[in-house]
Design a binder for this molecule. Structure first.
Ligand code: SF4
Length: 286
């Protein structure tokens, strides 16, 4: 993939804090995930990004974005500035007020849930009936507005997931949302980017040439498999474009291009992205 002068996708982590302790979440291997992005920093990032409305803006990463104390102001600030704004949530805090704000500003939402038979034991301490009710209320509100938000529900398939649980998940949701996604569990042992069926044909990963991840403290990571790696930039000292075109990013792209990967996170990752889009490590039903 040819380098482009600005990232095509930017993930901004509004919160590293989360209100759940899901049994399969890689958070268990990372300490101190309790932060929120300062609103002043968020506005500065959006002010730079707004000159690139085709950039896909993603408003979540390691935590629960709806916990952010200024969540509604954040959505008001991004409204109408980007063609695609994506959000994932556990839907536990999805009030009618927040649902309205999402419908007014976001173009794609993914609800991270689970199959009813295991939900209360895996997504601790959330309750399936409450979360499903929140999602149904959102879907009704979205439909009333002409469905401006594309919707997805996702679950994580672990070694203990039964085939009938997946079938039940699909039959529960497939006619209610635009897309159902079954993710394979990652990082079962704290090795981020590790997948059950390892890829052996190492190829250059497109992520360093495609997207930038900005953690809530302003440091820059590589991608969604980077949970606690050494930062490759700090947005409090430089702009997005400056970091994207800086020496560290250029060096990382060269490492991938030459398949001589010394970067500590990428070197141990066997879940690299050979092309933009779905990695082929889960199942998508549309
Ligand atoms: S190789 Fe893995 S960790 Fe590195 S950018 Fe690609 S997906 Fe992320």
């Amino acid at each position: 993939m040819k380098p482009v002068p600005f990232p095509q996708r930017v993930e901004i982590e509004l919160a590293s804090a989360c209100n759940l302790r899901c049994t399969y979440c890689p958070r268990h291997f990372v300490s101190d995930l309790k932060g929120f992005m300062k609103y002043s920093l968020f506005m500065r990032l959006i002010d730079e990004l707004a000159a690139h409305p085709d950039t896909i803006l993603v408003l979540h990463r390691r935590g629960e974005s709806l916990l952010h104390p200024k969540f509604i102001s954040i959505l008001e600030y991004v409204r109408g500035k980007f063609n695609t704004i994506q959000l994932a949530t556990n839907a536990t805090l999805l009030s009618v007020e927040k649902a309205k704000a999402i419908i007014n500003s976001i173009s794609f939402i993914s609800f991270s849930i689970d199959t009813p038979s295991v939900f209360n034991n895996t997504r601790i301490p959330a309750r399936y009936d409450e979360v499903a009710s929140n999602i149904h209320t959102f879907l009704d509100m979205n439909a009333t507005q002409g469905a401006p938000v594309e919707t997805q529900v996702s679950m994580v398939k672990t070694s203990e997931t039964k085939e009938q649980d997946i079938e039940r998940f699909l039959s529960t949701w497939k006619h209610k949302v635009d897309r159902v996604r079954i993710y394979d569990q990652h990082s079962e042992n704290g090795v981020f980017g590790a997948i059950r069926h390892k890829r052996v044909d190492r190829r250059p990963c497109v992520m360093p040439s495609y997207e930038m991840l900005i953690y809530c403290d302003g440091t820059v990571g590589r991608c969604n498999h980077d949970w606690d790696g050494e930062p490759i930039g700090d947005i409090s000292t430089a702009g997005i474009k400056e970091i994207w075109n800086g020496a560290t990013y250029r060096n990382l792209r060269e490492q991938h291009k030459n398949l001589r990967i010394t970067d500590t996170v990428c070197a141990t990752c066997d879940s690299w992205y050979p092309a933009i889009g779905h990695q082929g490590t889960g199942k998508v039903i549309e």
